[in-house]
Design a protein around this ligand. Sequence first.
Ligand SMILES: [Zn+2]
Ligand SMILES: [Zn+2]
Length: 140
Amino acid sequence: MSNDEKAGCGCLCGAIRFEVDPTAVVSTNHCHCSDCQKSTGSAFATVVIIPEAAFGLQSGEARSYPVMGSSGQSVTRSFCPDCGSPLWSEVEVLPGFRFVKAGAFDDASWLEPTSSYWGDSAQPWAPPAEGLPVHAHNPT
Ligand SMILES: [Zn+2]
Ligand SMILES: [Zn+2]
């Protein structure tokens, strides 16, 4: 694959840069779980699921914070240690994939969210997106 097919991604300060093969995106979903609300500082996270092989770190070193997910298996959330931008997560229940935050993409306009997770904990002032299927918790 050539460079111009890659989607550039990074944190707010630019210390961490990575690229993603946009053709490898499995799906894009909104997550309204309380952990995503805490870690994004907002009402929900929009996460882009990609196979690890489609992810290429170019510069910087993320810090990671592992938490026990509601499933009882760990979720490791990676972020920039300098500016604090949440960047991607690795989830024990789905090894071999990365959940990249949509906000990390330099151009996120082409993403197509297909569902919402954790609709049960969505804030009343930021309900799940209209017209998309809503899972009460995780989809499985
Ligand atoms: Zn940064
Ligand atoms: Zn979540």
